[in-house]
Design a protein around this ligand. Structure first.
Ligand code: FES
Ligand code: FE2
Length: 439
């Protein structure tokens, strides 16, 4: 449970808010590179942290991210002409380069000095790891992030997004709550666990479905927080699954067997909408065709081809699904009675239905948290503390340094007498090319 004040602090992400100020200290993933493929191609609407923006790739291949509304009289630059190293407003022709500088005012008679007096409307962008990133904070940006998924070639990953009609934090909290997996994502037939894309009979992940009340422990780290769930295993060992919450909004989900890792990036569009980057990646090898087919089936964390609506030009308009809040996520009550626990098709749909059902911003003053919610409670405490410490004393939050970002989530069998933190830390260093399959 949170006070009303803390709930507001946690969930409001606009420019003048405490959480918005914390989030702006990090590079923001803006688009996958292939969402903005062509030089001088169509600009793309983006909504990030409550700000309406437009992304474009200029004649030289550089990417700009500028405010959607032209600083002259506010026309939308979505209609702009992307030409000759800049984006030109179609109302009176003002033109902006990738830095957001006004470089031409063809409707004015002056000597050109007016262009220099116009405020800059862009954020610095970089392109790496198959994605476009922007820095929306004060001062110099931090070093380029070194998250493992962004270090790997396209052959090693499977990338989609999901549009969520609710606040970012309540979605992310689902990733820090291992106990829901054996219920929300389960099958009614216990002999056919359906809860893992990487599931194999007899693997340790079987215990997730059979032991539904894990013991949860947490550990603060340089990247943010470990949230670890312990379940019984063979004699003398526990089965630990440790999710890495890399500040501010990256949740890395542990693997099972040789399956890829999964990362969810809970990118806030504004207070009530989230674009979740959903990425499967293997640090040791390319994904197989069979894995790609399974991940793209719509049954797991990613939309399938049949689940997705025709794209539109709104922010995140490529990533909206047919099943959504307005149609009760197409719940099938017969399926709920007979085969799966929810009657909702696909893990993504199950997760979305429950977190969006809390409302656009969950009212955390009314909750009743239990021991299984320890990871959720610690995340809130840590990020609220970090936001206040940044405001009060300028103390930088965790997860800003690339060294801290080179981390993998871990599943492991750990002796009952050993420290899970030591065991997990030893296995968690991300070295692309080196890979130890999980149990
Ligand atoms: S509103 Fe854009 S140039 Fe006038
Ligand atoms: Fe889930």
């Amino acid at each position: 449970m949170l006070s009303k004040e803390d709930n507001e602090l946690l969930t409001r992400v606009g420019p003048a808010t405490l959480m918005g100020s914390l989030l702006r200290r990090y590079w923001q993933p803006v688009l996958y590179s292939d969402e903005l493929p062509e030089r001088d191609g169509s600009p793309v609407r983006v909504r990030l942290l409550g700000e309406d923006l437009i992304a474009f790739r200029d004649t030289g291949g550089k990417v700009g991210l500028v405010s959607l509304h032209c600083p002259h009289r506010g026309a939308s630059l979505f209609y702009g002409r992307n030409e000759g190293h800049g984006l030109r407003c179609v109302y009176h022709g003002w033109k902006f380069d990738v830095e957001g500088r006004c470089v031409d005012m063809p409707n004015e008679t002056g000597d050109g000095s007016d262009t220099q007096r116009t405020r800059k409307i862009g954020y610095p962008c970089r392109e790496f790891g198959g994605a476009i990133w922007a820095y929306m904070g004060p001062g110099d940006p931090p070093d380029i992030p070194e998250l493992e998924w962004a270090q790997l070639p396209a052959s090693h990953k499977f990338t989609t997004k999901r549009f969520h009609e609710c606040n970012w934090a309540q979605g992310l909290e689902g990733d820090l709550d291992s106990s829901h997996v054996g219920l929300l994502h389960s099958n009614l037939n216990k002999d056919v666990p359906s809860f893992s894309a990487g599931w194999r009979p007899g693997g340790s992940y079987d215990t997730v479905g059979h032991h539904r009340s894990p013991r949860v422990e947490t550990q603060e780290t340089a990247f943010g927080l470990w949230v670890a769930a312990r379940r019984p295993s063979k004699d003398g060992f526990y089965y630990w699954r440790a999710t890495a919450l890399v500040f501010p909004f990256y949740a890395i989900i542990p693997p099972s067997g040789d399956s890829p890792l999964h990362i969810n990036i809970w990118q806030p569009m504004d207070d009530e909408h989230t674009l979740v980057w959903s990425i499967e990646y293997h640090g040791g090898r390319p994904l197989t065709e069979e894995e790609r087919a399974r991940l793209g089936s719509g049954r797991y964390a990613h939309y399938g081809a049949v689940d997705i609506l025709p794209p539109n030009s709104e922010p995140g308009g490529r990533w909206r699904s047919k099943a959504n809040r307005a149609n009760d996520f197409l719940i099938d009550r017969e399926m709920q009675r007979t085969t799966n626990f929810t009657g909702l098709r696909g893990f993504w749909c199950q997760d979305r239905a429950v977190v969006e059902s809390m409302g656009p911003i969950s009212d955390r003053t009314r909750e009743h948290l239990g021991p299984s919610d320890l990871g959720v409670a610690r995340f809130r405490r840590l990020i609220l503390h970090a936001a206040r410490a940044l405001k009060d004393g300028g103390k930088l939050p965790p997860g800003l340094h690339p060294n801290s970002q080179r981390v993998r989530a871990v599943a492991a069998l750990v002796s009952e007498n050993a420290s899970w933190v030591e065991a997990i830390n030893a296995l968690s260093i991300a070295r692309p090319g080196e890979w130890i399959p999980a149990p």
